[in-house]
Design a protein around this ligand. Structure first.
Ligand code: NDP
Length: 285
């Protein structure tokens, strides 16, 4: 097995690649080529969402790749406007059709907003019917995650949340581990915010290993057992971002990176009423 196909095992026994590829903010007309390049580079986990508007392009690239379906791990996400039991099932069918697939590997509730309890019931049924290998959530803060676990049959397999050196989620990862929920990082490079790629601590560690800052951070996440899905439209960066399985960070380096944590999001606060309204008003086709 190629190193990049290292997997973790979800709470229902399903293996998931620890390092995959995300397609948020990849322009629609570029997505098919970008995903084709990512698959050629060796990625086998592709992470999209209904709200990214590029599921069809992802599907075309998958179909054209000729890679056997059971070697791929495809994730998509349900947007807030489609929460609800019947709507969720319809939306699942729509995503599956756009992706050109007969099942999904992972289906996520994109945000802890709207009628997501009803969506979860629909997803539990789709899972029982074998149409989804694993079901999970995204952007759930601890209170929402524990409440969902408390009042439903299936424990989410994954919670995909903002996780990077400036917002590390170590305590939350421990809580999720105790509850059987796999942490998956979005925005591993903080999309470059906070002078990410020139941070002095990260650049010093990178120089010591003759690696890039991106590689050090991906290695740091993988070493913490965090699933991660970096995005790049450039083939040389796609290859670079996969190439993190032949070196290791020392305990001392892990501690130096741990000290960069600010404990706060660089993007948005899900407890901000203005943001909740803005997200709730956002419509996707
Ligand atoms: P990332 O933190 O992955 O950052 C992507 C940025 O980093 C791009 O500007 C990219 O530029 C650049 N980059 C990539 N590789 C390198 C490198 N080796 N060296 C220098 N720069 C690099 O941001 P994302 O927000 O895209 O997060 C990753 C994925 O997580 C998304 O694509 C999506 O699948 C998921 N996500 C989920 C969210 C959710 O709410 N569930 C929210 C946000 C993201 P370039 O493309 O030009 O190389």
């Amino acid at each position: 097995m190629a190193a990049q196909h290292q997997t973790i095992t979800l709470n229902n026994g399903v293996p998931m690649p620890i390092l995959g590829f995300g397609v948020f903010q990849v322009p629609g007309e570029q997505t098919e080529q970008v995903v084709t390049d990512a698959l050629a580079a060796g990625y086998r986990l592709i992470d999209t969402a209904a709200s990214y508007g590029n599921e069809e392009a992802v599907g075309r690239a998958i179909a054209a790749s000729g890679i056997p379906r059971d070697e791929l791990f495809v994730t998509t996400k349900m947007w807030i406007q489609h929460t609800g039991e019947e709507t969720a099932r319809r939306e699942f069918d729509r995503s599956l059709r756009k992706l050109g697939l007969d099942h999904l590997d992972l289906y996520l509730i994109h945000q802890p907003l709207g009628d997501y309890y009803s969506s979860w019931h629909a997803m539990e049924k789709l899972y029982a019917e074998g149409l989804i290998k694993a079901i999970g959530v995204s952007n759930f803060y601890p209170d929402r995650l524990v409440d969902l676990i408390q009042h439903n049959d299936i424990v989410p397999a994954v919670n995909q949340i903002e996780t990077h050196p400036f917002f590390q989620r170590a305590g939350y990862q421990q809580l999720m581990r105790e509850r059987g929920v796999q942490i998956e990082s979005w925005g591993p490079f903080a999309e470059g915010r906070n002078d990410f790629f020139t941070n002095p601590v990260l650049t010093a560690i990178a120089a010591g290993h003759d690696r890039s800052v991106a590689q050090v951070v991906l290695r740091w996440l993988v070493q913490r057992d965090v699933v991660v899905i970096p995005k790049s439209v450039r083939p040389e960066r796609m290859a670079q971002n996969l190439d993190v399985f032949d070196f290791a960070l020392t305990g001392e380096e892990m501690t130096r990176i741990a000290a960069l944590d600010t404990g706060a999001s660089l993007f948005f606060d899900h407890h901000d009423p203005g943001m909740v309204a803005w997200l709730g008003d956002r419509r996707v086709d």
